[in-house]
Design a protein around this ligand. Structure first.
Ligand code: ADP
Length: 480
């Protein structure tokens, strides 16, 4: 099968592929070429309510399977995703724009969560607690929370789904998924493979369309016991507010504003390598992408020069073309945000070492850029740029670096390069973030707990902790 064989123009509700009630649809385009790939249903609250009902109906049978039986189906889904990773990766690149190697890599990463949680579900142990009285025995059970509403973004059209479906289904929950409107095809492709893997009707329902109507129906429904969302802090706040009336459990993976600190005792060449992957992966459009570089004065000039040289050599292009390292940004608004941050910084004295403009390739490509003489007050330091713009801020000492790194409402990822062991521990403990990359720019893996503190979110995805977010603890007190 190739990428186009996985394209679907219908949604999956209760095991059936259907259109919107009123027949309306919207186009999905390739951000590199503006070519229309297909149209998908523009659904709203009525269709979402039916998807919730399908998930409710499917819940008893799914949750009462033995964990090993669910695990076998999830394992089949994992195998199918890996078998078709080239086609799925190409489809992902067509709708999202990232280089093909990253698209295919994302499919493996997405599938890894399905595999991990299939295995982990068999170890959803309860416990026996020594009773508080001689005639009492206390036991805990871990049970699936129920129907889950999952809402995912466009920057990882498959992986953000794998991260939610894996633990939800493994725990015994059923799901109504709303993928981002820019990238619904990778989601629908997972639906195709889930059916083939034998996952029963109603266990995974996929609804595309109006974000506010679908999000509104998911949050209003008392049947939906949990919302798992990855996206902007602004929408996360809104979903949290909307979930208050029915007291839902929430997992929120929201914005980041990741600092990347390079100390004088760092291996500068390694730090440049780490900076390249941490900043420019997916064109800078990930929530763990570095947004602010803090470089100690002793290595500032060397780091800036080496980074600019490597960034200047990065190859821009269509994600499907051989050798492309930077694809197009997702849309015009994304490019305009980079331009706004750049203009604000250069207007206040920052200098461009390389890049600094849209590419001749087309409207959605921005040249990877390195900026020096940036300071903490500039927009680029305050807000997530979500584009290929590296802003370098000098600092004098450790406490200053930590203070600047923590001077944000966000707390998802941070990175630092250093070699002194005492410093490594001090800085790792002081950084206010859920994830710290130490002498590495890549931190994502299904075996580790991914998540933020402060206004970057709630809950953890991946690792053995990831299952907890989809389970409740029930405690049995037995009088004997
Ligand atoms: P991004 O800035 O990454 O596009 P968003 O938070 O806008 O992040 O979008 C992430 C996901 O949330 C997408 O699937 C989007 O359609 C959805 N979304 C946006 N607004 C709402 C809303 N009001 N209610 C529910 N979902 C929403």
């Amino acid at each position: 099968m190739d990428a186009t064989d996985f394209i679907r123009d219908k949604c999956l509700i209760d095991g059936k592929w259907i259109g919107a009630d009123d027949g309306s649809s919207f186009e999905v385009t390739n951000p590199a070429t503006s070519e229309v790939l297909t149209s998908v249903p523009k659904m709203g609250a009525a269709e979402t309510d039916r998807a919730i009902e399908a998930a409710r109906k499917a819940l008893p049978a799914w949750s009462s399977l033995a964990a090993g039986e669910r695990a076998q189906m999830l394992r089949r889904l994992f195998d199918l995703m890996i078998e078709h990773k080239d086609a799925l990766g190409r489809l992902l690149t067509l709708e999202q724009g990232k280089p093909l190697s990253e698209g295919v890599g994302e499919i493996s990463y997405s599938a890894s969560f399905i595999e991990w949680f299939a295995e982990e579900s068999k170890r959803a142990y309860g416990e026996v607690i020594p009773g508080h009285a001689v005639d009492r025995r206390i036991v805990t059970l871990r049970q699936p929370i129920g129907v889950v509403g999952a809402i995912t973004p466009w920057n990882f059209p498959s992986a953000m789904i794998g991260r939610k479906l894996g633990p939800a289904l493994a725990a015994g929950c059923t799901v109504v998924l709303k993928p981002a409107s820019q990238t619904p095809l990778s989601a629908l492709a997972i639906g195709v493979l889930a059916e083939r893997a034998g996952i029963p009707a109603g266990v995974i329902n996929i609804v595309t369309g109006s974000a506010s109507a679908i999000g509104g129906a998911l949050t209003a429904s008392p049947v939906v016991r949990k919302i798992s969302f990855t996206g902007s802090t602004e929408v996360g706040r809104e979903l949290m507010r909307q979930s208050a009336d029915t007291i839902k459990k929430l997992s929120l993976e929201l914005g980041g504003n990741a600092p990347f600190i390079v100390f004088d005792d760092a291996d500068v060449d390694a730090a440049v390598e780490g900076a390249l992957v941490s900043k420019f992966r997916n064109g800078g459009q990930t929530c763990v992408c570095t947004n602010r570089f803090y470089i100690q004065q002793g290595v500032y000039a060397e780091f800036a020069e080496k980074l600019a040289e490597r960034v200047g050599q990065m190859q821009l292009g269509d994600g499907t073309a051989e050798g492309t390292q930077i694809g197009p940004l997702i849309d015009d608004a994304a490019v305009e945000k980079v331009e706004e941050h750049l203009a604000d910084a250069t207007g206040s004295g920052a200098k461009i070492l390389t890049g600094g403009r849209r590419s001749d390739l087309g409207r959605t490509w921005f040249e990877p850029t390195v900026l020096v003489d940036v300071d903490q007050s500039m927009l680029v330091s305050r807000e997530e740029t979500f584009g290929p713009l590296a802003a370098l801020i000098p600092f004098a000492n450790e406490s200053e670096a930590i203070a600047m790194a923590n001077d944000t409402e966000f707390g998802l990822a941070s990175y630092f390069y250093a070699s002194d062991l005492g410093r490594v521990w001090r800085v790792a403990e002081a950084l206010e973030s859920g994830i710290v990359g130490i002498n590495t720019g890549l931190i994502s893996t299904e075996v580790a707990p991914f998540g933020g503190v402060k206004q970057s979110g709630l809950g953890r995805e991946g690792s053995r902790h990831g299952l907890d977010d989809y389970m409740e603890i029930k405690y049995l007190c037995m009088g004997i």
